[in-house]
Design a protein around this ligand. Structure first.
Ligand code: ATP
Length: 209
């Protein structure tokens, strides 16, 4: 059965760095990918754009292709959205289908700070996406938890969960933080964002000063 991959984030806003790595991960894993914006992120300050505004940008960004689809379940949940709860929900719905949680190298290094992180290995595989400029120092705790889980071939994930694969994707040095700064400074960061986000001036309004 084709794996199902999950790519979460604040997507404040979604940018070409996200889309490029999600697309390449879907090719490497031969998986469908759910793009899953987080509601109230437990690990960071709240997003600038509202849930509805981020979903609207994602809808525009994901037009005209069918491998990456928007999943808004965390946006509609009240309270903090913990990844482990979402993965448990997906596992219950998907039976033995391989599930792969996609994490940028920076997010992966921070995994031990996540609520219930050890349980994630019972629920999903983890695909680690290379990200430029990231010095990924893994804590001893994380190193121990992942020992023996690495597999070399992304297309060989057959079990439902428990393995780890490095996904070597094309590095694009784009970050949402930088994009928000540019827009706030009155700039128009074309070619870092999907072009559709510039078609409707209200989409990027939350970031303008
Ligand atoms: P911010 O600058 O607001 O922190 P971000 O650009 O890191 O935002 P997030 O929404 O926090 O975007 O990222 C969601 C996921 O995408 C994370 O796992 C992150 O590591 C990954 N990611 C973001 N940008 C890139 C990129 N350019 N290359 C690879 N992975 C990325």
């Amino acid at each position: 059965m084709k794996p199902l991959a999950i790519f979460g984030g604040t997507f404040d806003p979604i940018h070409l760095g996200h889309l490029c790595v999600a697309w390449e991960a879907s090719e490497l894993l031969d998986a469908d990918v759910l793009i899953m914006p987080s509601g109230v992120p437990p690990h960071r300050p709240p997003p600038i754009a509202s849930a509805d505004q981020r979903a609207a940008m994602l809808q525009v960004a994901l037009r005209d292709q069918s491998r990456l689809t928007l999943d808004t379940r965390e946006l509609t949940r009240s309270g903090p959205s913990y990844t482990v709860d979402t993965m448990a929900e997906l596992r219950a719905a998907q039976g033995d289908r391989p599930l792969v949680l996609l994490l940028g190298a920076d997010a992966f290094a921070g995994l031990p700070g996540w609520h219930g992180w050890r349980r994630l290995f019972e629920l999903v595989h983890i695909g680690v996406l290379s990200r430029p400029g990231e010095q990924t120092v893994l804590t001893d705790e994380l190193k121990q938890a992942i020992a023996g889980r690495w597999v070399d071939d992304p297309s060989a994930l057959r079990a439902p969960a428990g393995q780890l694969v490095a996904l070597s994707v094309t590095p694009l040095e784009i970050s949402a933080t930088r994009i928000r700064e540019l827009i706030a400074a009155g700039r128009e960061p074309r070619y870092q964002l999907p072009s559709g986000l510039f078609d409707n001036s209200s989409l990027l309004a939350p970031y303008r000063r």
